[in-house]
Ligand binder design. Structure first.
Ligand SMILES: NC(=O)C1=CN([C@@H]2O[C@H](COP(=O)(O)OP(=O)(O)OC[C@H]3O[C@@H](n4cnc5c(N)ncnc54)[C@H](OP(=O)(O)O)[C@@H]3O)[C@@H](O)[C@H]2O)C=CC1
Ligand SMILES: CC(C)=CCC[C@@H](C)[C@H]1CC=C2C3=C(CC[C@@]21C)[C@@]1(C)CC[C@H](O)C(C)(C)[C@@H]1CC3
Length: 615
């Protein structure tokens, strides 16, 4: 008897860990001792699978949809099929009486569900499912015109028949998971019945950020607030009880030369971004199954920028110019951001529907803010990805350095203050960490869900460099002497925050990249109907957003370094808490939609959102 069923190089279907879905894989090798096959999925993931979890391609092609198997797994599959057929389809009477245009709408909506879910079935590292929480393999397919799509559906339907559980989970969890599964099926059926046509992204959806009035207020309020804050900080006594300083007229703040310097900075970063150095990776699958390629060279860009800044300092370039024209620079960045946002909105009007962000609504004002197009690109140049990490984030570190030099100059110091050193080094660590772990950005809400519009353009290009450097800006005109014991406490706090932040983000990214990574084998997971699982132990079993907790602890350390004389340096932590609490609520909403009952189960098991025993 042959010891192995499949040969190296053979293309077969391999089960995705933790799910009942099968994907095309290539057999790479076989270990006769462990009887495990090493297989490669189409997305490049390599895993070890048991023979039972591998099926020849033919076994899928030969089967017919109306299987009569009575095995438990098959029974489950056929039950699901009939279940999903009825709720996914409007009642017959309704269909008969519907107008022709309504019928077209129905078809359109079904086609949309189809298009959106197809990649999920084929691409295991999927993430573009935020608009639907159902089981992709059970969607009705009567109206699907595309032959290939039909084939994919046959395949995925078949895959659900073979519902053996993957061996990664302890046996006793199986019973629990089955309970979740069956609850989930009911939930999905109910949801489908209620929201069959709500899956359409543009029509009838909940607007975030207070809807149109909310985003209108944010768009006008934030820039004004930014200038008020910077002006207040320049005052000798920046007490909140003082009357806010008058805003200077725009023309007083406008300097073409400053704008030129800003453009030069931006262009330098564009050049660094375009350098063909660094690994190229694929992002998470888009709605149509495509995966965009991203070059990871942020860290190199940072090194090159440091070299340019170092050389300029050595050459005697006057960096104090940035400090003395700080408001002018903030205005230049704001003007640039407005122009960019208008460009982004205009070009999005021509973008194909598949390229639109799940967050877009069809309302012009709202979409201008949230961003209509998900990944606007000029050729291979990804505007959102570039802006998120380069000009603003690296700019923040450069501004901090400017503030450190300004402190020495204005306070006539031979060396920077300890507070300034702490703030500079903490924030430098934060930025370097982001650039070093650049790939992690690809799974953030900003890249996957939000479009690129005013919100992120302003956030990335204005808010981050000019508000996140606020503590250093504050210290230039409001010195704070930190004692060494206090500094040590602050360093410990920052270190704890960093460990939580990095540990949580790395754990989740590793899990999303390879759910059966042996390093994560000790972690418990919850099965979801999308095929992706949720971590329920480790950092993600501590609170539901451990990365936010770590981020907030770090932010507190940055503020504490500025002492207790004023509340201004605490603005960042106050704002950041509000941002992350709101972001957590947004993420919670999306996850509930995506994962349904499995998410509710997760919330039961991990009751606190960000702060253990508090919130
Ligand atoms: N400095 C700043 O101004 C800001 C910093 N940040 C930081 O950016 C980082 C990314 O934040 P953000 O994009 O908001 O969100 P997260 O990195 O927390 O990502 C949320 C996603 O993680 C997945 N997820 C949630 N729970 C689990 C679980 N138990 N197991 C596995 N996957 C899970 C879900 O996506 P799925 O299941 O689809 O993978 C969810 O949508 C954070 O560290 C945050 O602190 C964020 C905003 C501003
Ligand atoms: C006030 C306003 C318009 C808010 C927009 C929010 C933005 C400032 C933030 C949204 C998500 C962000 C992220 C980072 C910076 C702030 C913004 C743009 C981030 C790049 C910081 C560094 C982290 O390590 C990170 C890469 C995880 C992070 C990603 C999200």
């Amino acid at each position: 008897m042959p010891s192995r069923k499949f040969a190296d190089g053979e293309v077969v279907r391999g089960r995705w860990p933790g799910s009942s879905l099968y994907y095309e894989v290539e057999i790479l090798s076989h270990d006769s001792a462990s009887q495990l096959y090493t297989v490669k999925y189409k997305d490049g993931t390599e895993l070890e699978l048991k023979e039972n979890d591998i099926k020849p391609l033919t076994s899928f092609r030969q089967r017919k949809g109306g299987s009569t198997s009575s095995s438990p797994s098959r029974r489950r599959g056929s039950r699901s099929r009939s279940r999903s057929r009825s709720p996914g389809r409007p009642p017959k009477s309704a269909r008969r009486s519907a107008s022709a245009s309504h019928q077209a709408d129905i078809k359109e909506a079904r086609r949309e569900v189809e298009v959106k879910l197809t990649p999920l079935i084929l691409k295991p590292f999927g993430n573009s499912i935020s608009r639907y929480n159902g089981e992709p393999e059970h969607i009705e397919r009567n109206d699907v015109p595309h032959k290939n799509t039909q084939e994919k559906f046959n395949l995925s339907q078949e895959s659900s028949y073979i519902a053996t559980q993957y061996s990664l989970r302890p046996k006793r969890e199986e019973v629990k998971l089955k309970e979740i599964d069956s609850k989930e099926e009911k939930f999905v059926a109910k949801e489908l019945a209620v929201r069959t046509f709500e899956v359409t992204p543009i029509r009838a959806k909940d607007l975030e950020f207070g809807g149109v009035p909310g985003v209108f207020l944010i768009m006008f309020g934030l820039p004004v607030f930014l200038f008020l804050l910077l002006l207040m900080c320049k005052q000798k006594d920046p007490s909140l009880l003082n009357f806010p300083p008058p805003l200077p007229a725009l023309y007083e703040l406008w300097e073409t030369r400053v704008f030129g310097v800003y453009l030069l900075w931006f262009l330098i970063q564009v050049v660094f971004y375009l350098l063909p150095i660094g690994k190229v990776v694929e992002g998470t699958p888009l709605i149509d199954g495509r995966r965009l390629k991203y070059r990871l060279n942020g860290f190199y860009a940072f090194i090159l920028t440091s070299a340019v800044i170092g050389t300029s300092l050595f050459q005697g370039v006057e960096f104090h110019y940035v400090y003395s024209h700080f408001l002018q620079f903030a205005l230049a960045a704001t003007v640039f951001c407005v122009v960019l946002s208008v460009y982004l909105y205009m070009r999005s009007l021509k973008a194909p529907r598949n390229d639109l962000s799940p967050a877009s609504s069809g309302n012009a004002v709202y979409d201008f803010f949230i961003g209509r197009e998900l990944n606007p690109r000029i050729g291979t140049f990804d505007l959102k990805y570039f802006c998120e990490l380069r000009p603003g984030l690296i700019g923040w570190v450069v501004i901090n350095l400017v503030m450190l030099l300004a402190e020495m100059k204005i306070q006539d110091r031979a060396v920077p203050s300890l507070a300034m050193i702490l703030v500079n080094s903490f924030q430098l660590l934060y930025v370097v960490d982001a650039l070093w772990n650049e790939e992690a950005l690809l799974t953030t809400m900003d890249i996957i869900h939000d479009g690129f519009g005013f919100m992120l353009a302003f956030g990335d290009l204005v808010w981050v460099p000019f508000i996140y450097s606020f503590q250093a800006f504050y210290l230039v005109s409001h010195p704070n002497e930190v004692s060494w014991p206090m500094a040590s406490l602050i360093i410990v706090l920052k270190f704890c925050g960093y460990v939580i932040f990095r540990g949580a983000n790395s754990q989740k990214n590793a899990f999303r990249k390879n759910p059966s990574d042996p390093k994560l084998a000790h972690l418990k997971t919850i099965h979801t109907s999308t095929g992706k699982n949720l971590l329920v132990s480790g950092w993600w079993g501590f609170v539901r957003h451990p990365n936010y907790l770590g981020d907030l602890i770090m932010a507190l350390a940055w503020s504490l370094a500025c002492g207790f004389n004023h509340i201004l340096p605490y603005f960042y932590i106050i704002y950041f808490t509000m941002l992350l609490v709101h972001r957590e609520a947004r993420d919670e909403y999306h996850c509930k939609k995506k994962y349904g009952v499995a998410w509710e189960k997760y919330c039961q098991r991990v009751p606190y959102r960000i702060f253990p025993y508090i919130y």
